[in-house]
Design a protein around this ligand. Sequence first.
Ligand code: BTN
Length: 254
Amino acid sequence: QKHLMTKRYGQHIHYYETCPSTQPIAHEAEQNGALDGTVIVAENQTAGRGRMARPWNSVAGKGIWMSIIIRPTLTPQQAPQMTLVAAVAVTRAVEELTGIEANIKWPNDVLIDGKKITGILTELQADPDQVTAVILGIGVNVNQDLEDFPEELQSIVTSLKLITGKTVDRARLIAKIFSYLELYTEMYEKHGFGPIKILWEGYSNTIGKRIRAVMLNETITGTAIGISDEGVLQLKLDDGTVRGIYSADIELSK
Ligand code: BTN
């Protein structure tokens, strides 16, 4: 904890040598009254989970696998904004630590050179009009070599070590993520989503591009024209109508 400079995040850290996934542990801790900013971090996850019920590859000792319990004042409609706050914070931390430009692919994949370095999974504890907690799962590929990834992922993922050629200090990166998360959540709570939206659009590799949004029941193509004030992706279809996309996989299209 020697790098820690934050007041909100990381004051309480539960460390696991190994666990199936830090997400359910964080949900349980939340139910048991864990304080705002409590972090569950694991060296190894045997059943790490990603968005859309996908597995998340979490090689022991080579990445950052953590879940942060946040207790913001949010309505369920505002919850997607918190994911974008986290994406901006992680992107900034990664850029600063490596000196290399990073981008965000909607909603919250952090990419370097078009390859995925970080995934963020936001899960909510909520009643109909109030979010009681956001469980923010962050996975960062830090010191993996290419062989550490399953073969089918090797062309679409990367790690900070592969990018920089050096082993990266995970504790320093975690401290930086906490710092920027603290800065940007405070900005968000004080000034609303406006400033975050501007930062997010600056990092985005999606806005202005023609994309395919693959959803559970349909796939639609159009031009990503921005994100709404709620954090929802706005897709302009060929017939000129605009659709809000809440949850999908985005692919660049011609
Ligand atoms: C995604 O891109 O699909 C999101 C990946 C989120 C991975 C992190 S690692 C820590 C936390 N525990 C999990 O099981 N998943 C998240």
